[in-house]
Design a protein around this ligand. Structure first.
Ligand SMILES: NC(=O)c1ccc[n+]([C@@H]2O[C@H](COP(=O)([O-])OP(=O)(O)OC[C@H]3O[C@@H](n4cnc5c(N)ncnc54)[C@H](OP(=O)(O)O)[C@@H]3O)[C@@H](O)[C@H]2O)c1
Length: 161
């Protein structure tokens, strides 16, 4: 399954200066235990932000230009279509981990979202969650991570046949 995972501030912010504009270890632990053993796909800007493969996960970087330096164990994917083909071949789940442009590109193939609500506003953010990502989704679960952090699980409503 292709699953989106994101943390979002009250005002919709997800990034600032190509970084996460907060630090919540409970959310980082949630991210780690959820994605561990699976594949993670990220845009080239998010790769530039984290700069190293996330351990014990297949790391996939999306870049149209291919102008990105990657260690050999990280897969470079040049298009949405190539990612969809790879996801079909993999036995694991594929977590779409951001950023905003990758969430927009892959929104129609994401079947489920895990969204952490960060209990603050980020006034000077420069990257925001794109509109409409959860259209056609319904909340199926909620998890309390402590520290005022809430995770909502969104799953696609059955499409009319
Ligand atoms: N809060 C969170 O959960 C979270 C998660 C992740 C990231 N972030 C934040 O989000 C910000 C980065 O987001 P962003 O939107 O600027 O950048 P991004 O989505 O990480 O990367 C954008 C790049 O990805 C490539 N790309 C995007 N769609 C593609 C497609 N369909 N096919 C091929 N390549 C594609 C392009 O690379 P090329 O230019 O190389 O062609 C594009 O320039 C940072 O501040 C980061 O910290 C937040």
């Amino acid at each position: 399954m292709i699953i989106g995972i994101v943390a979002v501030a009250r005002n919709g912010a997800i990034g600032k200066d190509n970084k996460l504009p907060w630090h919540y270890s409970a959310d980082l632990k949630f991210f780690k235990r959820t994605t561990m053993g699976n594949a993670v796909v990220m845009g080239s800007r998010t790769w530039e932000s984290i700069k190293r493969p996330l351990p014990d996960r297949l790391n996939i970087v999306l870049s149209r230009s291919g102008d990105v330096t990657l260690p050999p164990e990280v897969r470079l994917i040049r298009s949405r279509e190539e990612l969809i083909e790879l996801a079909d071949e993999l036995r694991s789940d594929v977590f779409v981990i951001g950023g905003a442009s990758v969430f927009s590109s892959l929104k129609d193939v994401i079947e489920k979202w895990l969204v952490t609500y960060i209990p603050e506003n980020v006034d000077d953010a420069d990257t925001f969650l794109p509109d409409g990502l959860f259209d056609g989704f319904t909340v199926t679960d909620e998890l309390d991570l402590g520290d005022d952090l809430l995770v909502r699980v969104f799953e696609r409503q059955n499409r009319a046949s």
